[in-house]
Design a protein around this ligand. Sequence first.
Ligand code: ADP
Ligand code: MG
Length: 753
Amino acid sequence: MDNKVIAKIKALAESGECMGQTDEEIFARCFNAAKKALGITPFDEQLAAAISLSAGRLVQMQTGEGKTLCAVFAACREALNGGNVHILTFNDYLARRDFEWMKPIYDEMGVSVGYITEKTERSERSELYKKQVLYITAKEAGFDYLRDFVCFDTAEMVFPEQLNMAIVDEADSILIDEARIPLVIAGDIAVKEDGGTAEVYKKVEDFTECDFEYDEESRNVYLTDDGADKAEELFGLDMYSEEGVPLLAKICACLKARHILKEDKDYIVRDGRILLIDEFTGRTAEGRVFPGELQAAAEAKHGLKITSRGRIMGNIALQYFARLYPKIAGMTGTAESAAEEFSKLYALDIDVIPTHLPCQREDKQLELYYDREEKRKAIIAAISEASAAQRPVLVGTESIEESESIAEELRRNGIDCSVLNAKNDAEEAGIIARAGEKGAVTISTNMAGRGVDIKLGGEDCREKEFVTSAGGLLVLATSMRESSRITKQLRGRAGRQGDIGESRFFASLDDEIMTRLDLKSLVPGRHYPSEKVSGVLDDKTLLKEAERIQRISEGNTCDERANLMKYTMIGEKHRELTFRRRKALLDGNYNSEMWQKNAEEAYGQAAEKFGEKPLQALQNKVLAALLNEFWCDYLDYTAYLREGIHLTQIAGRNPAEEYNIACEEYYDTAAAAIPDRMAEKLDEVLKCSKLSEYAVNAPTRTYTYLLNDMGEEFKAKPILLSVFSDEPEVKNEQLEKQQSEKKSFFKSLFGKK
Ligand code: ADP
Ligand code: MG
């Protein structure tokens, strides 16, 4: 904390000589505005946090210390220096709460402010994005960014052309825990299916094992020599000639759809559509389609007549969305233990702000049990004991199921409790706010109710004295988490602003993390119980190793996340490029001349028939639609590629390199095909009698969602990544040598292109 600067700010505030535009003067005005508008006198610690935020740093400040106000200082400073600010809140409820709460300060400062939630009409958003300060979730902002990509008129676009600064609240949640969750926009797009696939499917129905081979590793189907002969006879075409290649691809896709793809395992048929089942989550992903010819082949298998398909039109992981802001600052109660990751992934450095009053929470050491049953007994006993004394308890569980099961057991014992499961933010905020009431028992997953203040003795602190004498809020964590950050986050729910409180932390030898990281192998045999023990385990070595497990897990997940970026960066680069090109077409900054250059004759005719100007406008629109199609194909292809990429490990190659090369290659080749596809579109345009008759291939309906809104992907990814780890480092010169060889390797592996 820079006490000199803080003293100067306060002196300026006091003297009223703070009308200028220096940082200190602006902060001093905010200081007075907070006093005047909200009756709050900001603490020195809050000023220190405000200074750190303004410097684009990550502030670690305990829960309940007043971070909401700190962000206002930094936001006003930025706004009054001409830059817009998005304050990215943890959920919609908090976006609105913080806006309503802090608006009087912004009014006093002459800074415009707004908020957007899921419920905000799209027609209002454009104006809201023009506010100097905007409260919004990263998710909602990210969806707006994606939605603009499927607009056909700049008037419909809402997202700012140029982002400036983001202040991320509960930063570790968005930037680390949820960083990889992709936001998705999908749309129903018309497809032109000429029926050719259905015909091919019929013709190859009697192909047998002798005619084709399935390669499990590449998941591709190949014709044998016998099969190729048979196909040539059936279709009267040389399979390996230039005209034969597209047909060959269709044939292989049909064989794969018929013999390899399994209904209800790989896909389901619903409402006349093929919906893919995500192999990791086991759920259907709206808008995911099989790549290449395979989707049409699967449709042919079920005799479906397809006129439009739901397809993923765009996606962005939260971490990349956050990176779209040139300036980023963050605040959270728990940052330190993820310092390395914040610095590596976001170049964010941490400032730890001390609490205003000394913390009076007692953090008990880990209580380790033999198994879940023993642990559960202890947890229920701890809750019952607190409940009998009418001391409020907050139980932090790992999952909704666990919450429900504990609640059921408590109710059977005659203990009433509230359960939160991160479904309804506003309702849950109300419950959490009352978690400090006399006798309250609240059970919550880690995500639920974050950002809401728990006051002792209830929201109005009526029974604070009683609750304080009972020991304050007791927080119980029911298992060892993947990171100590999550445990700390839970502990931090108690003991806010110098309150008295206590946290206890339970684990058992069969907790998921203990078995996954094999605690048993880390502990010398004599320290590990050989048979069931009842009650708490007290072997010091065992306890020490159990705690070490968490640090091992932290290291692993950090490495995994860094490693995963090697696979996702390339898509980000391509998306940025594609989005930018498309936008330029629509806002008139760039005119496509593909028709003029690649279909000169047709262009001449069309220009004469329809007039050059309207034709040019249409050309830009058609290209914009084509870029959407191009991007859909790219996303399907790369998703397909990722599923198979680990196989290259077998060939002793670096999978991340392989993947990047393949994506680059695909992008370039598909982009090179665009002029020809545009020329085809011009032929269609020429057939119309009026330009207005021509309909660009725009989605009839779009929808947004989080691909893994339950966070299941996190559980799935490490499995995938365990295959990636220990990848051999390929040296640069070696790499270059291998490059050409690699390209053909991929061609044979994935068959496409
Ligand atoms: P955090 O986001 O750090 O958990 P909040 O911004 O939600 O904390 O604030 C927690 C509580 O502290 C709120 O009730 C708020 O009114 C109160 N508060 C914040 N700053 C001050 C202050 N300077 N003086 C008194 N109370 C404050
Ligand atoms: Mg907060």
